[in-house]
Design a protein around this ligand. Structure first.
Ligand code: GDP
Ligand code: GDP
Length: 460
């Protein structure tokens, strides 16, 4: 059993673009002219392991009799009646318009649950629209770029509760018949994407004094940490288990906690070996950084270590409570990430106050979302459809007049997602092209913020 998601919103906010992305179609029907007439379309939609029916209401506003308002109301009401959940799109670049408000007023009265989506949020021009959209009274907006495929993980998280039991399992289409000389996938049986009963191993890392132990205390509760028999007593890894909502977590190292006892160690240099050891024990690494000294060189070094070790990364900007100019701080974060970690798009960044216990739920949500991507599995059929398109539009460059032949691609591993690419001459595939493939794969399959690995294999 699938569920139904309907896309509503005024013309030109990006409904069709999102529809195409969810339905996995080429962006052929999108048009810049508002209200280009189209049929009421519905199609099977897939994103992040969820399967559903997606209904696009774009174009319905173009009927010529009747007032626009009346038509919109009718159209929206009809569409909503068939849906389990509505995605109400606004254009974050344009900000909130009177028509958006009108729509919101209709939606607030309906029984169907509504998720507010602030579309076109790639880049910076969209921030104000994003904040404005809170005023619509439909909760926190999900920032999205339908065109660039950004923010899809958040969308998945938001849709998850509407998935009926068996659709929440990873969708695995039958693997396409291997044709001609393509090798048949071995070991390509889909494995469960994510075992929800296993605790998620988390490490909290960062420079001295950024607030790691404070965060720990806030997450676990003051008492537990300070009275624990381990505190400050051993150099060995300590682990603490806890639960949040229905998920189990295991904190694999509590370096900050141990350091508590030795205030003088606050001035110690970042112990790289220690940090590396901790990173290796974790699934998700939370890098705590100080909002007053955002993402300096040492922070970025740790971030890169996390990625190189194949772990998933979440960045917590701590001490947000004492930041005066938050907009500027956010801009700084974006710039530093782009400059220092630009090759891995979509790293989750959460602003928190460990001291005041603010936004810790958002942090944990971010951890869960990143962990889910880290566990993602993509079918061989999907991958080969993707590589087929890539080879059509952006084939590998010629090397001494010859082109390397890419035969086949399959995912060999999760945690992190790892792919084997079978080519005739692995050594001749330029590194820049491999980077291009990874970036395109990240975008196409919506794999933000985690390391992706590409293994080159020789295959005829
Ligand atoms: P609809 O009328 O709501 O179906 O909107 P469309 O999907 O036709 O999109 C309207 C315009 O917005 C098109 O020019 C799209 O290319 C553009 N658009 C859609 N999504 C995005 C996005 O995420 N970012 C940007 N910058 N433009 C987008
Ligand atoms: P650690 O060395 O990374 O474990 O850092 P600590 O947790 O010991 O924190 C260092 C200092 O920063 C302490 O004085 C904390 O009270 C302070 N601190 C930690 N988190 C916050 C926060 O969210 N806001 C503010 N204003 N101060 C914080």
């Amino acid at each position: 059993m699938s569920f139904t998601v309907v896309l509503v919103g005024r013309p030109n906010v990006g409904k069709s673009t999102l529809f195409n992305r969810l339905a996995g179609k080429k962006l052929a029907l999108v048009d810049d002219t508002p209200g280009v007439t189209r049929d009421w379309r519905s199609a099977p939609g897939h994103v992040g392991g969820l399967s559903f029916t997606v209904v696009d209401t774009a174009g319905l506003e173009d009927v010529t009799d009747d007032s626009l308002e009346a038509r919109m109301r009718r159209q929206t009401e009809q569409a909503l009646q068939r849906a389990d959940v509505a995605l109400f799109l606004i254009d974050a670049r344009a900000g909130v318009t009177p028509l958006d408000r009108h729509f919101a007023a209709i939606l607030r009265k309906m029984k169907t649950p509504v998720l507010l989506v602030a579309n076109k949020t790639e880049g910076k021009a969209s921030k104000s629209g994003l904040y404005e959209s809170f005023e619509l009274g439909l909760g926190e907006p999900i920032p999205l770029s339908a065109e660039h495929g950004e923010g899809m993980a958040d969308l998945v998280q938001a849709l998850m509760p509407f998935a009926k039991e068996d659709t929440a399992a990873p969708t695995d289409e039958p693997v396409e018949e291997a044709t001609g000389d393509r090798p048949i996938a071995i070991g390509d049986q889909p494995e469960p994407a994510e075992d929800l009963s296993k605790p998620i191993q988390i490490a909290i890392v960062g420079r001295p004094n950024v607030g790691k132990s404070t965060l720990l205390n806030s997450l676990l509760g003051e008492e537990r940490v300070l009275t624990g028999p381990e505190a400050g007593m051993t150099r060995d890894a300590i682990s603490v288990d806890w639960q949040w909502r229905d998920r189990r977590f295991k904190l694999v190292d509590t370096a900050g906690m141990r350091r508590r006892a030795r205030v003088d160690e606050k001035v110690e240099k970042l112990a790289v070996a220690d940090t590396l050891r901790v990173i290796r024990m974790a699934n998700v690494v939370v890098l705590v950084v100080d909002a007053e000294a955002i993402l300096d060189k040492q922070d970025l070094t740790i971030a890169r270590m996390v990625i190189e070790e194949g772990r998933s990364l979440v960045i917590a900007i701590n001490k947000w409570d004492i930041v005066d100019d938050r907009a500027m701080a956010l801009r700084q974060v974006e710039d530093k990430l782009e400059a220092g970690l630009g090759y891995i798009k979509g790293v989750k960044v959460v602003t928190i106050s460990a001291l005041k216990g603010q936004k810790l739920d958002t942090l944990l949500d971010g951890i869960l979302a990143t962990y889910a991507v880290w566990n993602r599995r993509i079918t061989t059929a999907q991958l080969n459809r993707w590589i087929g398109g890539v080879l059509d539009h952006h084939p590998p460059p010629l090397i001494e007049g010859r082109r390397v032949k890419i035969r086949y691609v399959t995912q060999v591993k999760t945690r992190p997602p790892t792919f084997a690419l079978f080519v005739n001459k692995p050594l001749d595939l330029p590194e820049s092209y491999q980077r291009y493939l990874i970036a395109d794969m990240r975008n196409t399959f919506d794999l933000p913020g985690v390391p992706l690995r590409l293994l080159l294999r020789k295959g005829k």
